[in-house]
Design a protein around this ligand. Structure first.
Ligand code: NAD
Ligand code: GLY
Length: 363
């Protein structure tokens, strides 16, 4: 079994990665010192249909007393109103400050359940059991939790590190094709900013299959873990590197009704825009850009922006993004595959050009 330890002093935790782990979740939760608690399992209707039975069975067997709380699937559920409903459901189900939250699902469930765990009775422990590629390689690790508002993505939230993360690659087998592929935008981002050698591994994988080696997932988690360890609260321009492709990506996601485009699809467009600006401002080689775009295309990710999504709307949304510090645009640029930095050279005109560039079909 692969284990990535996230070293954050008293907030340290382990991320276990192994096929079949879901059925052993109860025992591993017990082993981590979290057993015997009332446990609120938060999931969405699709994931719960496939995977809640195995999880609940293993929790009961381990002496945890679970209640199941199911939300509607998709980004539309990532709201303050839904967080309040979950908290009140948990109170009605008898949960208190000694309870545990287990998030079973993709990034939406993980971010929302993490936020609920952070605010319920001023904070209770959290276990993440991610079931999408986005969640397994990225969102379940690092402690960012939160919800969206109409003005923008993830604008309400807080840091709340999980106590344990259990990754079972077999849960990916039930993912539809589109949801499977979208997650690779985040893995390609990791390769772009920190691990150029991983590009070849991603290129070798079959995007139409569902078999993702545990080692590849663990390699992504390790990239994220080392970044989070170095800059847990994103104050030192290190964790901000994980926002590569996200400035314009989040702007696009917020410019259309939530859920219309999957997160990874918006990030793929954001990555193309960031590559365009990296070529303009730090001489990123066109061939390197091409390699990354080819990989996004291999995973059937969109590279061309719908004409109906207006540039001023995207600009308005991204100007509210947390990545805009005191009006300055802090934008992640790529010098070469594996090497990124946070820059302040990008102007508003650059952002407009980059968004317009997305209207053209790549050569
Ligand atoms: P998601 O959670 O909406 O999942 C996508 C779809 O797949 C949903 O319909 C879901 O029901 C379904 N699904 C999930 N697992 C399944 C399975 N195993 N089998 C069948 N269906 C399954 O979306 P996502 O792409 O996983 O996550 C996107 C969210 O993650 C966004 O809100 C984004 O902001 C957030 N995010 C957070 C961080 C972080 O650091 N906290 C990082 C990246 C992304
Ligand atoms: N997904 C960006 C971060 O965790 O910082």
């Amino acid at each position: 079994m692969s284990c990535v330890h996230v070293n954050l002093a008293e907030r340290s935790y382990d991320v276990w990665v192994e096929p079949g782990l879901l059925g052993r979740a109860g025992a591993l939760i017990d082993q981590a010192g979290l057993g015997g608690r009332r446990t609120a399992v938060i999931s969405d209707e699709r994931v719960a249909g496939f995977h809640s039975e195995a999880l609940l069975g293993s929790l009961v067997a381990a002496g945890c007393r679970p209640s199941l709380h199911v939300i509607a699937a998709g980004e539309v559920s990532k709201t303050m109103a839904q967080a309040e409903i979950l908290c009140r459901d948990m109170i009605c189900a008898g949960h208190d400050r000694h309870s545990l939250v287990v998030a079973l699902g993709g990034g939406v469930v993980g971010d929302l359940a993490g936020f609920v765990a952070a605010i319920f009775c001023r904070g209770i422990p959290l276990v993440q059991i991610p079931t999408t590629i986005v969640a397994q390689v990225d969102s379940s690790v690092g402690g960012k939790t939160g919800v969206n508002v109409a003005e923008g993505k993830n604008l309400l939230g807080c840091f709340h590190q999980p106590h344990l993360v259990l990754v079972d690659p077999q849960t990916l087998r039930t993912l539809p094709q589109r949801e499977f592929c979208e997650g690779f935008a985040e893995a390609i981002k990791h390769a772009a900013i920190r691990d150029a050698a991983m590009l070849a591994e991603l290129a070798a994988l079959d995007p139409d299959g569902r078999e993702v080696p545990a080692e590849l997932i663990a390699r992504n988690i390790a990239i994220k873990a080392r970044i989070v360890e170095a800059d847990e609260h994103e104050t030192r321009d290190i964790r901000a590197l994980l926002n590569f492709g996200h400035t314009i990506g989040h702007g696009i996601e917020a410019a259309i009704p939530y859920g219309q485009m999957l997160h990874g699809e918006a990030i793929a467009l954001g990555l193309r825009a960031a590559l365009f600006l990296s070529q303009r401002h730090c001489q990123l080689a066109p061939a390197a850009s091409r390699t990354l775009l080819d990989l996004l295309q291999k995973y059937h990710l969109p590279l061309v922006l719908d004409a109906a999504i207006a540039t001023p709307t995207i600009i308005e949304k991204l100007a509210r993004d947390k990545k805009f510090a005191a009006g300055n645009i802090r934008f992640v640029l790529l010098d070469a595959p594996g090497h990124a930095h946070v820059s302040e050279v990008v102007t508003l005109a650059d952002l407009r050009d980059a968004i317009e560039h997305l209207r053209e079909v790549p050569e």
